[in-house]
Design a protein around this ligand. Structure first.
Ligand code: UGA
Length: 437
C-alpha cells in the first residue's frame, strides 16, 4: 500500500495493540514495541494479553502475513516514519495524569529514530504536554528528527476495532503541518471529519469528550433516584429525553455508575488541570461525586430488604466494568463487593469473561480477598439471600427469571443494569429492584 513503516510504542496495551492490529490490517507494515516482556512472550505464542472482540483473529492474520511484528527493543523503530505513542498515563495519588513514562518514551524514540519522523501521541495527556515534549526535543537538538503531533484516540473497550476502523472523527494537532496531516491521513477513512488543529485543542478535545460522557451518565443516574421516588421509569425518561438531537439517544442508561480505566481517571486529571490553572470546576467535581455514590445505592437496596448484611449470602453477576471486555479496572463491582465483604456478607460472583481462566481468577481473588467465584450465574444465585446484577452481559438478559427465583433462598434481585422488566419479575413473585424504575 505504502512504503511508510509505522511504529507503535506501548504495543501490548489496549490502545497500542488495537492500533497495531488495525493499522496492519489496512496494509501498513507495523512494528509494535513494548517493554512488557511477559506480554510479548504471550503474543509470540498468539495469545493476546486481554480480551477484545475480533482482536485475536486480526492479530493472527497480520502476524502470519508478516505485516505486524512485535519487539522489546525500541531501536527497531529506527526506520519508522510515523510512531503512534500509546503509553498509559495512570492517575497519581492526587489525580494528576502521570506522563513521566510517556515523556521518557518519546525522548528515547527521538534518540533512536533515523528521521524525519512523527511521534503521534495517542495517550490522553494534560493540555500542554505535547508542547512541553516538543520544546524538550528542540532543546536537545532532536526536533528536526522527530515532530510531535497530538492525535487522541476515541476507542471504547469491546468495540475498539470498529471504533478504529469507523471513527466518528480524527483529531490531530501540532505545529508541523505536514506531520499533522500525515498522522491523521494514515487511518482516516473517506468522509470522516478530520480536524487539524493545535496541540492544546487536540489534547482538550479528548478530555472534554470523556468529561461530557461522564456528565451525561451522572445526570441520568441522579434523575434515576427521583424516578424511584416518583414511581417513574428512567428508561422511558431517558428515551424521551434522548430523542432531542441536541442531547442524543446514546449513553443515557442509568445503572451502577460509570467504570473502566478511562472516565474517572480522565475526570480526575481534568480537575487537577483546573486546580493548576486556579480555576474552579464544581460541575466536574459533582460528576465524580455522584458517580462514586451511585454503586453504593445498590448495596443500600439490599440492606433495605435484608437489614444488616452481616452473614447474609449475596450473589453478584458481573465483574467486568462493562460487557464485551474482561477488564475489571475501575469496575463498580470492585467497590460494591468490597463494601459487601466489609459489612460481613458472604459473596459469590460470576463473570463470563473476567473470571474465565485460572490466571484471571487468581488475579481477581488477589484484588478481592474473600470473594468466591461461581462458574455460572445460577451457581452464583444458589442459596443466596439476594442477587446483585452489575454488568449488562447479554447472557444475563437471557437468564430464566423463574429458575433464578428457585435458586435463590430469598427472591430478591437488585438489578444495577435494568436488564429485566420490573412488572414481569414482580408477577413471578420476585422482589425486583432496578435503578430508576
Ligand atoms: C470511554 C469512552 O467511551 C471512549 O470514547 C474513550 O475513547 C475511552 O473511554 C478512552 O478514553 O480511552 P470505555 O471506558 O471503554 O470508553 O467505556 P464506555 O463504553 O464509555 O463505558 C464506560 C462506563 O460507563 C461503563 O462502566 C459502562 O457500563 C457505563 N455506561 C455507559 C453506563 O452506565 N450507561 C451508558 O449508557 C453507557
Amino acid at each position: 500500500m505504502t512504503e511508510i513503516l509505522l511504529g507503535i510504542i506501548g504495543g501490548c496495551g489496549h490502545i497500542g495493540l488495537i492500533h497495531a492490529a488495525c493499522l496492519a490490517s489496512l496494509g501498513y507494515t507495523v512494528v509494535a514495541y513494548d517493554s512488557n516482556t511477559a506480554a510479548l512472550k504471550n503474543l509470540a505464542k498468539g495469545i493476546a494479553p486481554f480480551y477484545e472482540p475480533g482482536l485475536q483473529e486480526l492479530l493472527h492474520k497480520t502476524t502470519a502475513s508478516g505485516v505486524l511484528t512485535f519487539t522489546g527493543r525500541i531501536n527497531e523503530l529506527h526506520r519508522a516514519g510515523l510512531v503512534y505513542v500509546c503509553v498509559g498515563t495512570p492517575s497519581l495519588a492526587d489525580g494528576r495524569a502521570d506522563t513521566g513514562p510517556l515523556e521518557s518514551a518519546v525522548q528515547e524514540l527521538a534518540g533512536v529514530v533515523a528521521g524525519p519522523a512523527v511521534a503521534a501521541i495517542k495517550s490522553t495527556v494534560p493540555v500542554g504536554t505535547a508542547r512541553k515534549i516538543s520544546r524538550r526535543l528542540a532543546a536537545s537538538g532532536l526536533a528536526k528528527k522527530l515532530a510531535v503531533v497530538s492525535n487522541p484516540e476515541f476507542l471504547a473497550e469491546g468495540t475498539g476495532i470498529s471504533d478504529f476502523l469507523n471513527p466518528s472523527r480524527v483529531i490531530a494537532g501540532g505545529e508541523d503541518a505536514a506531520a499533522v496531516k500525515r498522522a491523521a491521513s494514515i487511518y482516516a477513512p473517506p468522509g470522516v471529519p478530520v480536524i487539524t488543529t493545535t496541540w492544546e485543542n487536540a489534547e482538550l478535545i479528548k478530555y472534554a469528550a470523556n468529561a461530557f460522557l461522564a456528565a451525561k451518565l451522572s445526570l441520568i443516574n441522579e434523575i434515576a433516584a427521583l424516578c424511584e421516588q416518583a414511581g417513574a421509569d428512567i428508561r422511558l425518561v431517558g428515551r424521551g429525553t434522548g430523542l432531542d438531537p441536541r442531547i442524543g439517544a446514546s449513553y443515557l442508561e442509568a445503572g451502577a455508575g460509570f467504570g473502566g480505566p478511562c472516565l474517572e481517571k480522565d475526570l480526575r486529571a481534568l480537575i487537577s488541570q483546573f486546580d493548576r490553572a486556579a480555576l474552579p470546576a464544581p460541575l466536574l467535581e459533582a460528576v465524580l461525586a455522584v458517580n462514586r455514590r451511585q454503586c453504593y445505592r445498590l448495596v443500600q437496596k439490599l440492606s433495605e430488604k435484608l437489614g444488616s448484611l452481616e452473614g447474609k449470602k449475596i450473589g453478584v453477576l458481573g465483574l467486568a466494568f462493562k460487557p464485551g471486555t474482561d477488564d475489571v479496572r475501575g469496575s463498580p463491582s470492585l467497590p460494591v463487593i468490597r463494601r459487601l465483604l466489609a459489612l460481613g456478607a458472604l459473596v459469590a460472583a460470576h463473570d463470563p469473561a473476567a473470571g474465565a481462566s485460572p490466571v484471571k481468577r487468581d488475579r481477581l481473588q488477589a484484588v478481592l480477598p474473600g470473594l468466591t467465584l461461581a462458574s455460572s450465574p445460577y451457581e452464583a444465585a444458589a442459596g443466596k439471600d439476594g442477587l446483585l446484577i452489575l454488568t449488562a452481559w447479554p447472557e444475563y438478559k437471557k437468564l430464566d427469571p423463574e429458575k433464578l427465583k428457585h435458586c435463590l433462598a430469598v427472591p430478591l434481585i437488585v438489578d444495577g443494569r435494568n436488564l429485566f422488566d420490573p412488572a414481569q419479575m414482580r408477577a413471578l413473585g420476585i422482589d425486583y429492584r432496578g435503578v430508576g424504575r
